[in-house]
Design a binder for this molecule. Structure first.
Ligand code: PRX
Length: 641
């Protein structure tokens, strides 16, 4: 295995050989004081006197800085607008390649206050839920921060989700206000955001007001009395709402192995402390850095590392509306040169697709401003890592492969650029204060190295989610039941002889497609919403660009007369309507039956073997209700390949 040794001269990094060991020691032996000291990086109205107060046994309860009082927006906006008003907070790069827009902290203050004022005028109060369904335009950050300012709980829904998904989320969190745009613009195509909202609200009539931001010149139908074109009123300053550290900041929906998506709830003080700390120390963000994370604000990475972390740190954060290969696969590299980006954070799926486009697309840029690269969202294969290191970073940049989840709020494992040896594909070591454990299937901790097991965490950290919105027992059941006393991530991992971690992927029925989480059950339910399909089973299979692709085995109804191709088109369309284009299947096989046990449980393990063409691993099928079905599926699969 190739390793890239830690820097000999590491003192230019914020975390380096001089301070790393002592920080690690304090975080371990005196976590209360460690975290209270870290909390000083925020501005508090009441500084907390205790750090963590939590238990992972039922009833699960997690609190951080519980007697602290603060406002998240003040921390991300006001204090920098006061001290460094002219510093650029956000550089916005649009889809079409117009001149980038620089938004200073002073201007951010004005914009956020204007939005907060308008929300207040609508009657939005502390604790109310606001849905944000918008493109990657600066207004999405204004909307999030404006909610934080007045104490409203935002829930951002990624613009690639369908009206059905949007509606489910609106209903689940009981939002009364939606903020959207007339249209989105991505890769030269328009996304009918407002039209999707209109459809979604047919099933969610409790929504009283819809704010519409005009991103394009298109006119969209407006419902009188409900829909309002947003016009900022810059004359107003809104007093920030004092928030307890444990008051909710946002809900973000994410897929699990069962049921509908869960509303992951994050609170104010702990989340911001953790997002801010991890952002600064892991990306080594210093005074003059131009930092760019390519994630959409609709995902947790966008929350923690486009908006909250960077702005809490008074950094300059780039927001990109477009996609990596539009108009050409050198778009990201051009932007890096144009803006002199020094820190760049993206997903393996983007790296792989740009790698596939060819090295010639790197020739139109030098990327010499870069000094640190990051990866997130899925395991990065060695080939993609090496390309990122040698070609994109010209061997000048350390790579931080950051493992974390929507639930963790911030990065949990990563090499630190100034401290650790890099191993392509390994997230290496836990961050300060994080105590991972590998558990065997019976829940016993494996202490020795090397080891492989279920990746869990032994003690709480400030960025941890607090509950599933409206369903605390689902929170307990999902994360704390299988291995009592631990937070179970749902991932498997391997620890090598040096004690470095390698994430091996999900061990539950969750797929990771292009770094996006999708539950197999969710896709199965969506696919059967059309009456011509009576049952489906969904499995993942290795995909060269997406990491994991979606394969569906579907059984049509007995009297259905459609051809297989028609059925496939129906399934694709139904899934796009129910979930959105991100869940569009990569392969569909129309079959007569599925491998089921006598009690009716689908043996996905067998389908996974078929999907990988690993027929020899299928093993004994005699316990199936109908063993002949396996041969039939293999035949269909092999014929359609
Ligand atoms: O399976 C892990 C994978 O992404 C999952 C979390 O997905 P989500 O909540 O959408 O958050 C994505 C962004 C943090 C994890 O359970 N994952 C995330 N980062 C890595 C990863 N797998 C391997 N290596 C990573 N660096």
């Amino acid at each position: 295995m190739m390793t890239y040794p830690k820097p000999i001269d590491d003192q230019s990094y914020l975390i380096n050989s001089s301070n790393h060991k002592s920080l690690q020691q304090t975080a371990k032996t005196d976590p209360n004081n460690f975290w209270l000291d870290i909390a000083k990086r925020l501005e508090w109205m009441n500084f907390p006197t205790i750090a963590g107060n939590w238990q992972f046994q039922k009833p699960v309860s997690i609190k951080w800085f519980e007697d602290g009082l603060l406002n998240v927006c003040t921390n991300c906006v006001d204090r920098h607008a006061n001290v460094t008003p002219d510093k650029t907070a956000i550089i916005w790069v649009d889809d079409q390649g117009k001149t980038p827009t620089h938004i200073s902290y002073a201007q951010l203050f004005k914009e956020v206050n204007a939005m907060a004022f308008s929300l207040k005028e609508l009657g939005v109060k502390k604790g109310d839920r606001v849905i944000i369904y918008m493109p990657m335009i600066p207004e999405i950050a204004y909307a999030m921060l404006a909610c934080a300012r007045i104490g409203a709980i935002h829930s951002v829904v990624f613009g690639g989700f369908s009206s059905e998904s949007l509606s489910g989320r609106i209903q689940d969190c009981g939002a009364k206000v939606v903020i959207t745009a007339n249209e989105g613009l991505r890769g030269g195509k328009t996304v009918p955001l407002k039209a999707n909202v209109d459809t979604a609200l047919l099933q969610a009539p409790q929504v009283e007001k819809v704010f519409v931001i005009n991103r394009t010149s298109a006119h969209v139908p407006m419902v009188a009395g409900r829909d309002i074109v947003y016009v900022p009123n810059y004359a107003q300053v809104v007093t920030p709402e004092p928030m307890n550290a444990e008051d909710p900041l946002f809900i973000l929906y994410t897929s699990g192995s069962t049921g509908k998506p869960k509303g992951v709830l994050h609170t104010s003080g702990g989340y911001l402390t953790y997002a801010s700390l991890t952002h600064q120390w892991i990306f080594d963000v210093q005074e003059n850095d131009i930092y760019w994370c390519t994630a959409d604000a609709g995902w947790i990475t966008g929350h923690s590392y486009v908006v909250y972390g960077p702005l809490a740190n008074g950094a300059t954060t780039v927001m990109f509306e477009g996609i990596p290969n539009y108009p050409n696969p050198d778009r990201l590299w051009q932007i890096i040169d144009d803006l002199k980006v020094s820190i760049f954070y993206t997903a393996p799926t983007a790296i792989r697709s740009l790698m596939q486009a060819g090295d010639e697309w790197l020739e139109t840029s030098s990327r010499k401003s870069l000094r640190l690269l990051g990866s997130v969202g899925e395991p990065i294969n060695q080939e993609a890592w090496e390309w990122y290191f040698h070609k994109v970073g010209n061997e000048n940049c350390r790579i931080v492969d950051t493992w974390w989840q929507t639930e963790t709020g911030g990065i949990m494992m990563t090499p630190l650029a100034g401290v650790h040896n890099l191993k392509p594909g390994s997230a290496t070591q836990p961050f300060f204060g994080i105590q991972p454990a590998l558990l065997d299937d019976l829940g016993k901790e494996i202490d020795s190295n090397p080891a492989e097991g279920n990746l869990s965490v032994k003690s709480s950290w400030p960025g941890q989610m607090r509950t599933v919105y409206g369903d605390h027992s689902r929170f307990e059941d999902t994360y704390f039941s299988q291995f009592p006393g631990y937070y179970f991530s749902g991932d498997g991992a391997r620890r090598d002889a040096d004690g470095d971690y390698w994430i091996t992927g999900r061990v539950d029925d969750v797929l990771n497609v292009s770094g996006h989480r999708l539950g197999t059950a969710e896709i199965e339910t969506a696919a059967t919403m059309d009456h011509s399909i009576i049952e489906t089973a969904v499995v993942g299979f290795p995909h060269p660009i997406k990491g994991e692709g979606i394969m569906i085995f579907a059984i049509p109804g007995a009297h259905v007369t459609h051809s297989d191709d028609e059925l496939k088109a129906i399934i694709k369309q139904t899934i796009r309507t129910q979930i959105g284009p991100i869940a569009s299947p990569d392969a569909i096989h129309i079959v007569k039956g599925l491998p089921k046990t006598r009690s009716g449980k689908i043996m996905r393990r067998i389908l996974r073997c078929i999907a990988k063409s690993e027929f020899e691993k299928i093993g004994d099928v005699s316990t199936l209700a109908d063993p002949t079905v396996v041969e039939h599926i293999i035949e269909v699969f092999s014929a359609k390949k």
